[in-house]
Design a protein around this ligand. Structure first.
Ligand SMILES: Nc1nc2c(ncn2[C@@H]2O[C@H](COP(=O)(O)OP(=O)(O)OP(=O)(O)O)[C@@H](O)[C@H]2O)c(=O)[nH]1
Ligand SMILES: [Mg+2]
Length: 232
């Protein structure tokens, strides 16, 4: 348990019963980590060359899991040490991902969320910072976002523990393979097809598909107008 450096401590990757806590920087991941594991996270600063992450035990429905507070990144392009670590964890056979989105800056959260979908890991989403989003007048079309991400979403205010009961219930379901199996959206399927059939165009096709999805997700204060633009 505690803080680790992956180079010095690669065995964490091999842990069974891993649940990854993922999301972009500063979205509230460590607040959830502390609440779920009882470990108080003092620092959330990954600056510099040493990228550390936290690991703690979490009990859900009588089962023990290792919860990994993965360094926050905007993408998994593996261009930085933090991104490389995120990729290693995603490929290390986690049982589930608990993904934290920032509702007050949804665009900043979506690229990573969509990249993660391609790994087909059962994922539960917290739409965090709802208090900040509300103050900013941002309304989010939850059913639409849920459909686009292909998973269940709970609105949360981590600092007030709002939404925690629902998050735990969904995580239990995800870990017992009881989440409904959402089909991937057309744009993600297109991106995956591009990987398989168009290696030269791969990056362009993936980006186009992702940008298209990002545009259709309502992050403004007029959800109806955005909804009309949805592809059939
Ligand atoms: N208002 C508000 N603040 C929040 C909420 N959740 C987290 N915070 C605050 O947001 C800041 C960032 O939270 P962290 O838990 O450190 O975020 P993180 O995702 O772990 O950040 P990194 O580890 O840097 O990627 C802290 O000051 C938290 O207290 C929320 O729902 N509402
Ligand atoms: Mg953190």
């Amino acid at each position: 348990m505690g803080c680790h450096d992956l180079k010095e401590d690669p065995k964490v990757l091999g842990l069974q019963n891993k649940v990854l806590l993922m999301g972009s920087p500063n979205v509230g991941k460590s607040v959830f980590f502390s609440a779920l594991t009882g470990i108080h996270v003092v620092s959330s600063n990954y600056a510099g060359t040493t990228v550390s992450y936290m690991e703690g035990k979490m009990n859900l429905a009588g089962q023990n899991y290792s919860l990994i507070d993965v360094p926050g990144t905007y993408t998994m392009s593996a261009n930085s040490e933090a991104e490389a670590i995120a990729v290693q964890f995603v490929r290390s056979g986690p049982k589930a991902v608990f993904f934290v989105l920032d509702s007050s800056n949804l665009e900043g959260s979506l690229r990573l969320a969509l990249e993660l979908r391609e790994f087909n890991i059962p994922t539960v989403y917290a739409l965090n910072m709802m208090d900040v989003a509300e103050r900013k007048g941002i309304q989010i079309n939850l059913p639409l976002l849920s459909q686009k991400l292909g998973g269940q979403i709970v609105s949360t205010v981590a600092v007030k523990k709002e939404g925690f009961t629902e998050i735990k219930q969904l995580l239990e379901k995800a870990l017992q393979d009881e989440l409904p199996n959402y089909p991937l959206s057309a744009a993600v399927i297109a991106a995956i097809a591009a990987v398989q059939t168009m290696p030269i165009q791969l990056k362009i096709a993936q980006m186009k598909a992702k940008m298209k999805m990002i545009k259709v997700i309502n992050i403004g204060s007029k959800p109806k107008r955005f909804q009309k633009k949805l592809p059939k």
